[in-house]
Design a protein around this ligand. Structure first.
Ligand code: IVH
Length: 703
């Protein structure tokens, strides 16, 4: 992106973000998810870091607060209602811990209390003499809106505090002095409760079903439902929406001299407030990370929506030492779950062929992390879906990956267009075999008219990765099919441009296996010439013929270093010259001759070359290595531990040739257990027969 493009994109991003922030913070409406909005903000932030000259005072990155609404009375918050800083990785968490340790100075081990980060609205509840007198929204943190009446409809907010038994308080570590102070605060003082008002997923679904039936506008999500309910002037409507309230702190409880945040939460429960039973004390960051991982994977089990975990230093005496910076405290942090919706750019659309020959459009994305993995491809399903989304190449889009569900495009942001967008077109020809494409009558699907297309492709790709050809570990037929289905591979050259990020989102792939496969492919970029020719899958060219061809072109004057040399060489050999090669008949020769002159095949070689595939240079053979030169072997019978492929490889390595039929030209027949007619033929023709032990001895192979 050049400077002018960056400037334009920054402008577009600012407008788009401002629009959504206004909807979200002021009108309580939401057109896109918070995750998607966050990723627009992140992109803007990064671009502004790169081009600081374009940071404007009105940029959304320069502003964090919402506005209090005018329709409710104002309530000042003392202490202020803070925000939390976000962490996105274990690294962020350890940076946070290290910063805290530096400030505390003393070398003490920090322990933590972990809660879920509810996706609702922060509330402050005032209890005077134990009675609920006022409840307010967070507003801008210093001043919020008085929503007392609406909060009074929430059953989980006690209208008066419960008076705990002394025994209960002792159990959570209170001494007599603290007990007396607390009881007198409940009876004659003030207690401020902080927590989150929210709508459970169950209530949200029930309400939406009801609204849908009644033809009313449905709620976009539970958070929206909760916000809309709380900011109702008519409390009856709030009551109908059945909100819930979970506590996460007691403000201004300093007098009570509580020792830990865990104690604070347990006290809130004894006062009659609802806490999440999933909260957990963690003795170190390892345990915190486990807690985070557990809930990231199991968030669907919770009654309410959450978007991360909140970690608080458990030792309350450290809170004032750590203090506050800007909008949030240093003693607490929100460790967010991977966003399930993010924005990215659709770079291209390619067509993937399915088992039945149907063509599916696959979106190639600017890679993004979503739901914990990096996604670079997404299915676009069919042309109808593309039209429904009004999707074009170069569009800024929102993609979603929730839980194990495959990533999908949720929405296009048309206001982000700059004029370089391109239509996604129906292909006329199959991208794999070039045959005509037809639209199935009465269906949205497109199909390749060549019935064998998919199967042939898979076979061709698996042939390339097989033991006898490239021998790429971890790239068996199943994985090959998975890659084809994901739209990542359609010819053998595509294997060499796969990245770890392409593989990680696929089923059964973890970070390690993705890394291993990319490494295994890279390790086989320098190819043995004969294996290379065999791997191309030219009709009638088996392993032996490939060897003969390799030998033939190596005997030419000029050197073979790269795939262009191979191509040049084959294109310079006349058909008659191919037929002259021993064991190559006219049909085989014609097939080879045609292959290297077919435009598609030539393109493939060029693509392989472009993707870094090379031809290995032959090591000069020493006498030991050339002891089978000119000798022809036939293998028969089971060779037990020694696989046929190993035996063949050894013979070739030592310069020998392998044939499948015994003739007077055969030098050796290697006979394993239960040899068949080839053995009889050898005896009949007087060909030397080697037992597998003898064979191993002369080749130094272990049997
Ligand atoms: S503690 C000292 N705990 O997150 C910070 N906040 O970005 C005070 N939230 O406005 C907040 N779950 O609405 C805290 N377990 C939790 C929370 C939580 C959700 C929200 C809260 C606050 C925002 C902070």
């Amino acid at each position: 992106m050049n400077k002018q493009e960056a400037k334009n994109r920054i402008e577009k991003l600012k407008k788009e973000i401002n629009h959504h922030r206004y909807l979200y913070h002021v009108l309580d409406r939401q057109e896109i998810s918070e995750g998607a909005l966050d990723s627009l903000k992140n992109e803007l932030f990064k671009l502004e870091q790169e081009y600081p000259e374009f940071i404007a005072a009105d940029s959304p990155t320069q502003r964090v607060e919402g506005k209090p609404l005018d329709k409710f009375g104002k309530v000042a918050h003392e202490p202020p209602m803070l925000s939390l800083f976000d962490a996105f990785s274990a690294q962020d968490m350890s940076d946070w811990e290290n910063r805290a340790k530096r400030i505390i100075k003393a070398q003490i081990a920090l322990d933590y209390y972990c809660e879920l980060k509810f996706d609702g609205l922060a509330m402050s509840l005032h209890y005077e003499k134990g009675i609920f007198t006022q409840g307010a929204t967070r507003g801008n943190g210093k001043v919020g809106e008085d929503v007392t009446n609406n909060l009074k409809t929430i059953e989980s907010i006690p209208l008066s505090l419960r008076i705990p038994h002394k025994e209960e308080l002792k159990k959570i570590g209170f001494d007599l002095g603290q007990i007396n102070k607390l009881l007198s605060a409940i009876k004659s003082g003030e207690i401020i409760i902080r927590g989150e008002a929210l709508m459970t997923k169950k209530v949200f679904n029930e309400l939406n079903k009801k609204y849908e039936k009644a033809g009313k506008k449905v709620l976009a999500n539970p958070r929206n439902g909760a916000a809309g309910s709380i900011r109702q002037l008519d409390s009856k409507i709030t009551a109908e929406r059945k909100l819930d309230f979970y506590v996460y702190g007691i403000a201004g409880a300093d007098d009570l001299k509580l020792q830990t945040h865990e104690q604070e939460i347990k006290l809130a429960k004894l006062l009659g407030l609802k806490i999440l039973e999933g909260n957990k004390y963690c003795k170190n960051l390892d345990e915190v990370n486990k807690f985070h991982r557990y809930w990231e994977e199991n968030r669907a089990k919770l009654l309410m929506e959450v978007d991360g975990v909140v970690i608080k230093v458990n030792n309350l005496s450290l809170w004032s030492v750590l203090g506050i910076v800007g909008k949030g405290p240093r003693y607490a942090i929100a460790y967010k779950f991977a966003a399930e919706q993010v924005t990215t750019v659709l770079k291209d659309a390619v067509w993937q062929i399915g088992r039945t020959g149907t063509l599916t459009p696959i979106g190639v994305l600017e890679p993004v992390r979503v739901g914990g993995v990096t996604v670079s491809h997404v299915t676009l399903h069919n042309m109808d879906e593309i039209e429904r989304l009004d999707l074009k190449i170069n569009d800024t889009i929102i993609i979603e990956r929730a839980g194990d569900v495959i990533p999908k495009v949720v929405q296009v942001l048309p206001k982000m267009r700059v004029g370089n967008e391109k239509e996604i077109l129906i292909p006329k020809n199959c991208p794999i075999c070039g045959s005509r494409v037809e639209r199935i009558l009465g269906e949205v699907a497109l199909r390749c008219t060549n019935k064998n297309c998919y199967a042939v492709t898979l076979r061709r790709l698996s042939h390339w990765t097989s033991k006898a050809a490239m021998d790429i570990e971890g790239l068996g037929p199943k994985v090959v099919e998975q890659l084809v289905k994901a739209g990542l591979v359609s010819d053998i050259a595509d294997f060499y441009s796969l990245s770890e990020d392409d593989l990680k989102p696929l089923e059964r792939f973890a970070d390690k296996s993705a890394e291993n496969l990319v490494k295994a492919i890279a390790a086989k970029k320098e190819l043995d010439l004969a294996r290379f020719i065999y791997g191309l899958g030219i009709r009638h060219v088996g392993e032996e013929t490939a060897l003969l061809l390799a030998e033939r072109i190596r005997n030419q004057e000029s050197e073979i270093r790269n795939l262009f040399d191979v191509l040049k060489m084959f294109q310079s050999i006349k058909l008659e010259q191919l037929e002259e090669i021993e064991d190559i008949g006219p049909i085989v020769a014609k097939s080879i001759y045609d292959w290297f002159r077919d435009k598609k095949d030539v393109e493939l070689l060029k693509k392989l070359e472009k993707n870094g595939v090379l031809i290995a240079q032959h090591a000069t053979r020493n006498t030991q290595q050339s002891k089978f030169i000119g000798k022809t072997f036939v293998l028969t019978g089971a060779l037990s531990d020694l696989t046929r492929n190993e035996a063949k490889a050894k013979i070739r390595e030592l310069g020998g040739k392998i044939s499948s039929t015994v003739s007077k030209n055969t030098d050796f027949v290697v006979a394993g257990e239960n040899p068949g007619s080839k053995y009889d033929k050898a005896i009949e023709l007087g060909v030397k027969v080697l037992s597998k032990e003898e064979f191993s001895k002369i080749t130094n192979l272990q049997v």
